[in-house]
Each structure stands twice: as structure tokens, then as C-alpha cells.
Write a protein that binds this ligand. Structure first.
Ligand code: SF4
Ligand code: SF4
Length: 249
């Protein structure tokens, strides 16, 4: 297999440039997380990048450095990394450089969802963050342009690094197992428009409406959200849970 190169990531960054929404979703999750967007905090997740991606980032900017493990869990993450990967950390949200975000930053909270047959049919979310990531309870805000760019970027990635495709095939199967155990449909943003739900226990994939998807606590009511923000010592954004998008949701 030919090696994955920094220029492959240069191309991926060109393909996936737009934000997931014109709404700044960090305003919804940051009050629950000490004022910092949840996906920009290594207290929540350690960013892992391909070493070719790290080289490309280092060529472009000094925003990123090696991640320093701070406890036994993060030491284990670093120790168990595949040799092609590196754990990294940016300087923090105050120093964010839009053009020098990693692929993980650009794609979060989504990953490419593969059907049982291995077809890339839509965008699923990293469900472990459902109680902290507001977007996962508000899929209606996801822009179609973002979806189109996401699909192009990952399709390109799969051609240059088929191992990534295999990773998402496995991860999608894990999500099916987890959601089947919970008897929950998997919500998807369809790659070709609209929304889908993957029914538990292999009962098929059906069209869906974003507003029918279950919202997770604390994003399931204004009251729960306000309480969670208070408990976290934060201040809710003026609009509470609702995005200022001309009536949505
Ligand atoms: S994607 Fe989710 S975790 Fe990241 S800033 Fe938006 S709401 Fe917060
Ligand atoms: S580069 Fe920007 S988007 Fe990515 S983790 Fe850092 S602050 Fe967040």
C-alpha cells in the first residue's frame, strides 16, 4: 500500500473547509465545560492524528504540539496508539486557526457511517458525547454544504488510506451493537440529503425527520439545560437551548 503523505491531508483540508453550521454551537456546550467548547478540550478527548497529518500541520503552523498524558487513562491512550498515529494537542481555543484545524476538529461530532454492507450512507455522531455535545441533539442545524464536503473529504481519505475505511466499518458495527442493546435507532444525517434512522437489531434503515430524534439530557429541556449549566458553574447563553436560525428548532 503506498504511504499516506502530508499532501493527502493538504487536499483533505481543501475539501472540508466549511463549518458544520453557521450557528456557533460552542456557545451551547461551553457553559457546561468551564467556558471551553467540549470538542476543544483534551480533558474530554485526546486528539489523535495520522503522522502524515501531523507533518502537514507542523509544516503550516505552530498551533499543534505532542500531547502530554496527564493521568493513567491518557497514558494508556498514548501507549496503545498505532505506530502510524500521534496524540496531539492545540494551544487552545483562544489560539484556534481555522485553516489549521485537524480533520478531527473539522469533522466532529461526526464520523462516516458504514452500513452492514460497507456502504458510506451518512454521518453518525460519536455517541459517548451525547450528554455534552449540543449538536448531537440538534441535527437539524447541520448545513448541507458541510455534508457534501465531509463526504468528499472522507471518500478521498479512503482512497489514500483504506485502513481508515476499515476503522469506520468496525466503528459503525460497534455503534449498531450499542444502539441495539439500548433499543434505540441510530440517527444519521444522510449523505445525499435528509435524515435516516438505522433501526435496532438489523430491522432496516428508514427515512427520518431530524426533529423526531431523541434529545439527550441536559439538551432535552430548557430547564434541564439551565440546571446543568448552573451545576457546572456556568452562565447559559441568552437563547438557552434554541439556535438563532430563523425559527429552528
Ligand atoms: S460540535 Fe458539539 S462539542 Fe463541539 S463545539 Fe459544537 S456543540 Fe460543542
Ligand atoms: S484547533 Fe481549534 S477547533 Fe481544533 S481543538 Fe484546537 S481550538 Fe478546537
Amino acid at each position: 500500500m503506498p504511504p499516506v503523505l502530508p499532501e493527502h491531508y493538504r487536499r483533505i483540508y481543501e475539501l472540508l473547509e466549511v463549518s458544520i453550521s453557521r450557528f456557533d454551537c460552542g456557545r451551547k456546550c461551553a457553559p457546561l465545560n468551564g467556558g471551553e467548547p467540549v470538542c476543544c478540550s483534551t480533558q474530554n478527548a485526546v486528539p489523535v492524528v495520522h503522522k502524515a497529518e501531523y507533518k502537514e500541520l507542523q509544516r503550516r503552523t505552530d498551533l499543534w504540539h505532542d500531547f502530554k498524558a496527564y493521568d493513567s487513562a491518557t497514558r494508556k491512550i498514548v501507549k496503545d496508539l498505532h505506530k502510524s498515529c500521534a496524540a496531539v494537542e492545540c494551544k487552545g481555543v483562544a489560539f484556534c486557526e481555522r485553516d489549521n484545524r485537524s480533520l478531527a476538529c473539522r469533522a466532529f461530532p461526526f464520523f462516516p457511517y458504514m452500513s452492514r454492507e460497507g456502504k458510506f450512507i451518512g454521518l453518525a455522531f460519536y455517541w459517548d458525547f451525547e450528554d455534552r455535545c449540543w449538536v448531537m441533539s440538534n441535527l437539524q442545524i447541520v448545513d448541507r454544504v458541510f455534508v457534501e464536503e465531509f463526504v468528499k473529504a472522507y471518500e478521498y481519505l479512503f482512497t489514500v488510506d483504506p485502513r481508515e475505511y476499515e476503522t469506520f466499518v468496525e466503528y459503525s458495527a460497534t455503534m449498531r451493537r450499542v444502539f441495539s442493546r439500548k433499543r434505540r435507532p441510530i440517527p444519521l444525517v444522510g449523505r445525499d440529503g435528509g435524515y435516516l434512522k438505522v433501526l435496532p437489531h438489523g430491522r432496516g434503515i428508514k427515512p427520518a425527520k431530524a426533529e423526531d430524534f431523541k434529545k439527550s439530557a441536559p439538551f432535552n429541556s430548557e430547564r434541564n439545560y439551565a440546571r446543568a449549566v448552573r451545576d457546572a458553574g456556568g452562565v447559559p447563553s441568552a437563547a438557552g437551548l434554541v439556535a438563532e436560525l430563523g425559527g429552528a428548532p
